[in-house]
Write a protein that binds this ligand. Structure first.
Ligand SMILES: NC(=O)C1=CN([C@@H]2O[C@H](COP(=O)(O)OP(=O)(O)OC[C@H]3O[C@@H](n4cnc5c(N)ncnc54)[C@H](O)[C@@H]3O)[C@@H](O)[C@H]2O)C=CC1
Ligand SMILES: CC(=O)C(=O)O
Ligand SMILES: [Mg+2]
Length: 603
């Protein structure tokens, strides 16, 4: 099951544009008749032309009339809109799940049509296939389960993974998103039910980065769960045992990584929603050996940094002033620490290695200082000294409200997973911020776990703030014709471009330089005029353009850092001779776009 390799770039270019005057390249299929109708990669439903029905043994298996792609698309959108209308006034979760179901049914049946409606309506559909609804889907996975998607490797498969990996039907895989389900969004340990996250992330890869859906693989590594409720749930579909720990755990991840590498040496593996201890440990363990990254640590960091640089511009200050910004980060987990680490690198670049940034880090026990005994090594560089805290009248474990009142930060950034901790008192204290445009980033997902809502932020912290949240909120009407703009600070702005750039450069590994290039590219996307309106990130409607730019920036960084080994018939020398524009064109030409390709049967 692979698309025919003829004049790859030209054929992809055609299919990407999807112009009716251009005929998309053919697609080889190794099955016939009903097997094709039941394969969502190839199925066109009523869209099979009569000649193709003859060629593929489909005649008589479909109603006689041929319906065009455009017509099928309109029909789907009509059913979606009627569902919206018919569920008005019903409970939000009920409506969201109903929307997810109708999209999922299309996904299971006809991927070409599914991805086209997703790409064209990404702003409406991202909240369904991605955060926040994907969280609800994971929570209800056992009940929603109809058909498997992706691969499941469990602790019981130890010793078998090298052969199991060959059970995946596609010859080639470019992008893998892997989770062990241990920290799904802010919802905690959901065990095997976390598979919804890799599926949603890979949908974004197809929609935003144009990765061919026949070359993606969502993976669940089921090493058990410590979620007692799930262990006792008779419908739970994962291993009913406590999570593996220590060497036992790592040996399972090692085996999986070796198996993937053996079959698809150039596949990129994105680690997603691993609990903190394993997120950092696996990143350090594999980042020099495999082409992989941890999205929660590295993707989130780049998106946050781009937004933080935007807040400096919003204050009318030069970017180098970033070194002087007082930033309070609430949540010292994989995401919060990833953000601070990257912010520290940025400050060092701007103000030299001796720079002393004004970062404050809190976890569930309050402000982290050097006096704390069991500080995680990753958090240690951000722990405040006694002199620093005394100067401000703070002490070890100081509460969030104390810190905000004393520090008067430019930025309050939440990655705690705790809904509502930016309460009225905290938000009101932000009115005393030393910034002319105080920034509030409530980045935790899904919506109920956001540190505050957009409405609360504008209401309590004032109209001059800039606001960003991890899950989408509607813009806030401030009265007098003014609108409080809501940004979505979500790693979806970067991970597709990081994966795409790494793939098309044939990167051996993903370096800090590539990640920095991604963040800088996103930061430079926004115009001065947008910044003045409180816009820190582009609209998700332009996610495909953004991802093209980010992908090209990552690719160029891979070349500079000498890790680009080339992709397909484009070698590393060719990549290094491409101008900026040529790189961008090369990336665009290699992005898949959903159109019905003529199917050619081959035994
Ligand atoms: N917007 C985005 O792109 C992203 C958002 N996230 C979200 O960030 C959240 C955290 O993710 P991770 O860092 O991976 O989780 P984690 O579990 O590794 O870390 C959570 C941190 O929050 C701290 N915390 C818990 N309760 C607190 C409280 N009451 N006050 C202050 N700190 C508290 C914990 O001590 C811990 O340090 C999740 O909700 C996740 O959905 C994560 C990655 C990307
Ligand atoms: C967005 C994301 O990766 C998270 O909330 O974990
Ligand atoms: Mg995540």
């Amino acid at each position: 099951m692979w698309r025919v390799a003829r004049s790859a770039a030209a054929s992809l270019r055609q299919s990407r544009r999807g112009l009716s005057t251009e005929i998309p390249g053919p697609c080889i299929v190794h099955k016939r008749g009903a097997d094709i109708l039941h394969d969502p990669w190839f199925n066109k439903d009523t869209g099979f032309p009569l000649t193709e029905r003859d060629r593929l043994g489909l005649r008589g298996l479909l109603p006689p009339r041929v319906i065009s792609f455009e017509h099928q698309y309109a029909r789907f959108m009509e059913s979606y809109r009627s569902l919206e209308k018919n569920t008005q006034g019903q409970h939000d979760n009920f409506v969201s799940l109903a929307k997810w179901r109708i999209l999922n049914r299309l996904h299971d049946r006809n991927e070409t049509l599914y991805y086209r409606v997703l790409i064209d309506n990404i702003k409406d559909f991202a909240p369904i296939i991605y955060t926040p609804t994907v969280g609800l889907v994971c929570q209800n996975y056992s009940g929603l389960f109809r058909r498997p998607r992706g691969m499941y490797f469990s602790a019981k498969d130890k010793g078998e993974m090298m052969s199991m990996i060959y059970n995946w039907p596609a010859q080639e895989v470019d992008m893998i998103v892997l989770t062990d389900g241990s920290r799904i969004l802010g919802l905690g340990d959901l065990g095997v039910q976390g598979i919804g996250i890799p599926i949603g992330k890979l949908d974004m890869y197809v929609a935003a980065a144009g990765i061919n859906p026949q070359r993606i693989l969502p993976v669940m590594l089921d090493v058990g769960t410590n979620n007692q409720k799930l262990l006792e749930d008779r419908l739970y579909l994962g291993l009913r045992q406590p999570r593996l720990e220590g060497e036992e755990y790592l040996s399972i991840v090692d085996e999986f990584m070796e198996a993937v590498h053996a079959r698809w040496p150039k596949a990129i593996v994105q680690f997603e929603d691993f609990q903190m201890k394993w997120a950092f440990e696996t990143l350090e363990r594999y980042r020099k050996r495999f082409c992989m990254f941890n999205d929660d640590i590295q993707g989130t960091a780049g998106v946050a940094l781009a937004g933080l640089l935007g807040t400096v511009r919003a204050q009318g200050r030069p970017l180098t002033d970033f070194a002087n910004q007082k930033i309070v980060v609430v949540g010292a987990g994989s995401a919060g620490l990833g953000v601070l680490k990257m912010a520290l690198q940025a400050v060092s670049r701007m103000a030299g290695p001796e720079a002393d940034p004004h970062f404050f880090l809190l976890d569930k026990n309050g402000l982290i200082t050097k006096e704390r005994e069991d500080t995680d090594p990753a958090a240690a560089p951000f722990a405040k000294t006694r002199a620093e805290t005394e100067e401000l009248g703070l002490s070890e474990g100081a509460s969030l409200i104390e810190v905000v009142k004393k520090v008067k930060p430019h930025v309050l950034l939440g990655l705690s997973g705790v809904g509502g901790i930016f309460n009225e008192e905290v938000l009101k204290a932000m009115r005393e911020s030393d910034s002319t445009k105080p920034a509030i980033f409530a980045m935790s997902n899904p919506t109920a776990n956001a540190e505050c809502t957009a409405f609360e932020a504008f209401k309590h912290a004032g109209e001059d703030i800039v606001f960003a949240s991890g899950s989408p909120f509607a813009d806030v009407n401030l009265g007098n014709g003014k609108i409080g703009h809501v940004n979505q600070a979500n790693n979806m702005y970067l991970f597709p471009g990081i994966g795409l750039g790494a793939l098309l450069s044939g990167a051996r590994i993903i370096t800090d330089g590539m990640l920095q290039a991604a963040a800088e590219c996103l930061a430079s996307y926004i115009t001065e005029e947008e910044i003045q309106r409180g816009v820190l990130y582009p609209s998700i409607d332009s996610i495909r353009d953004i991802t093209t730019e980010v992908g090209a920036a990552v690719l160029r960084a891979a070349v500079v850092e000498e890790v680009a080994e080339g992709h397909g018939d484009v070698g590393s020398r060719e990549l290094s001779h491409m101008s900026k524009e040529e790189t961008l064109q090369y990336v665009k030409d290699n992005m898949w776009y959903p159109v019905y390709s003529p199917l050619v049967h081959e035994k």
